[in-house]
Write a protein that binds this ligand. Structure first.
Ligand code: PRP
Ligand code: URA
Length: 209
C-alpha cells in the first residue's frame, strides 16, 4: 500500500512486546512508549528535506547539509499521544507542538473533540501526528480532518499498534497521508479494542483505572 510503512526493526518489535505484557507498570510503560517513538521517528523522518548551509569548522569553511524548511510540528492526539511527544522532540528538539483532544465514546466508539490547538502557520510544516493506537480509525480520521481544516498539508501519522480495520479506514479517507505503524495486530474485539493489543493505552500511560 502506497504511503503505508510497517516497521520491522527488531528493537521496535521487542519493545512493543514489552508494552503488551499486562504486568508492565506505568513507569516502564511510559519509558518504552517514548523509546519506541524515538525509534519509529528515526525511520519516519528519513525523508526530511536537507539544504546545504555554510559552516566553519576549526579547519575551514564548508557547505554541509542541515534540515531545511519550517520547524516540524508534532501533534499528539490526547491523551495517549502525549506519551510519544518526547520521543520525537528527542530527535527534533526545535519541533513545535500542537494538541488535538479526542476521546472515544465507550458505547458508539465514535470520536468526540474537546480541544484543538496547532502551531500557526501550519501549511508549510511537516506535521507528525502521534497516537499509540489505531483501532477503528475514527479518532485518526477526525484528527487528520482537523489538521487539514487548519491548513496542514504534509502529514505523517505514527501509531505503535494498529488494527487492519483502522488502517484501511484512515488510508481510504486520507490516501495522501504517510502512515507509520509499529506492529499490525490481528483484529478488533466487540468493544473495538485491538487484539492482542495492549489494553487502554491512555490508562496505561497515565496510571488511571
Ligand atoms: C484511544 C487511542 C486513540 C483511540 C483509537 O484513545 O489513544 O486515540 O483510542 O481508537 P479508534 O481508532 O477506534 O478511534 P481514547 O479514546 O481511549 O482516549 P484517551 O487517550 O484519552 O484514553
Ligand atoms: N484505544 C486503546 O487505548 N486501545 C485499544 O485497543 C483501542 C483503542
Amino acid at each position: 500500500m502506497e504511503n503505508v510503512f510497517i516497521m520491522d526493526h527488531p528493537l521496535i518489535q521487542h519493545k512493543i512486546s514489552m508494552i503488551r505484557k499486562k504486568e508492565t507498570g506505568t513507569n516502564e510503560f511510559r519509558k518504552l512508549i517514548e523509546e519506541i517513538a524515538v525509534l519509529m521517528g528515526y525511520e519516519a523522518l528519513r525523508d526530511l528535506p536537507l539544504e546545504d548551509v555554510e559552516v566553519e569548522t576549526p579547519l575551514e569553511t564548508c557547505m554541509t547539509p542541515m534540515i531545511a524548511g519550517k520547524k516540524l510540528a508534532v501533534v499528539p492526539v490526547l491523551r495517549a499521544g502525549l506519551g510519544m511527544v518526547n520521543g520525537i522532540t528527542t530527535l527534533v528538539p526545535s519541533a513545535k507542538i500542537g494538541h488535538i483532544g479526542l476521546y472515544r465514546d465507550p458505547e458508539t466508539h465514535e470520536p468526540h473533540e474537546y480541544y484543538c490547538k496547532l502551531p500557526d502557520p501550519i501549511d508549510q510544516r511537516q506535521i507528525v501526528m502521534v497516537d499509540p493506537m489505531l483501532a477503528t480509525g475514527g479518532s485518526a480520521v477526525a484528527a487528520v480532518n482537523f489538521i487539514k481544516q487548519h491548513g496542514g498539508k504534509k502529514i505523517k501519522c505514527m501509531f505503535i499498534i494498529a488494527a487492519p480495520e483502522g488502517l484501511k479506514r484512515l488510508h481510504e479517507a486520507h490516501p495522501d497521508v504517510q502512515i507509520y505503524i509499529g506492529h499490525m495486530d490481528r483484529e478488533l474485539n466487540e468493544h473495538a479494542y485491538i487484539c492482542p493489543g495492549l489494553g487502554d493505552a491512555g490508562d496505561r500511560i497515565f496510571g488511571t483505572k
